[in-house]
Design a protein around this ligand. Structure first.
Ligand code: SF4
Length: 73
């Protein structure tokens, strides 16, 4: 799987499933954005304020594998 980008109103998220270690830091950290039961499972539109986008940046910063990256506009 190649890296995919999910755009959002404040920040976007890119994800590479080949490097994800399924540590679930993302799902635990921000379940509204990262929901494995939803397609697409990443929805940056759930972080639609500057404060929620900052929380999203911090959750992505805790991804241990580098699978997740913030896409700043
Ligand atoms: S935090 Fe990173 S490594 Fe863990 S499940 Fe999410 S994307 Fe994968």
């Amino acid at each position: 799987m190649a890296r995919k980008t999910y755009s959002g109103p404040v920040v976007g998220v890119s994800f590479d499933g080949d490097v994800c270690q399924h540590a679930a830091e993302c799902v635990r950290g921000m379940p509204a954005v990262f929901d494995v039961d939803r397609r697409p499972w990443i929805d940056p539109g759930q972080a639609d304020t500057e404060s929620s986008a900052e929380a999203l940046r911090q959750v992505i910063g805790r991804c241990p594998s580098g699978a997740l990256e913030v896409v700043e506009h």
